[in-house]
Design a protein around this ligand. Structure first.
Ligand code: SF4
Length: 75
């Protein structure tokens, strides 16, 4: 089972992203594409299925432009 940390988000580096759209193909639960093919990401990852989808998107990205960000527990 995937661990869910409240406030976790999928992030994208807009400079690295080339708008290929593979992320949305493997994780349409948490990624949509805008009219130019660039990702629009879910606001928060709210359950294990979201986290698994986000990790699929991270693995699929050929530009390594995606990552899952967890809130800093120390702050
Ligand atoms: S797979 Fe990577 S490069 Fe392609 S649209 Fe998604 S974030 Fe951008």
């Amino acid at each position: 089972m995937s661990r869910v940390v409240a406030g976790s988000r999928l992030r994208v580096d807009p400079v690295a992203c080339e708008g290929v759209g593979l992320c949305a193909q493997v994780a349409d639960r948490v990624v949509e594409l805008d009219r130019w093919g660039y990702p629009v990401l879910a606001a928060d990852l709210v359950d294990g299925a979201d986290v698994r989808a986000a990790r699929r998107a991270v693995r699929a990205c050929p530009r390594r432009a995606l990552w899952v960000e967890e809130p800093d527990a120390s702050s």
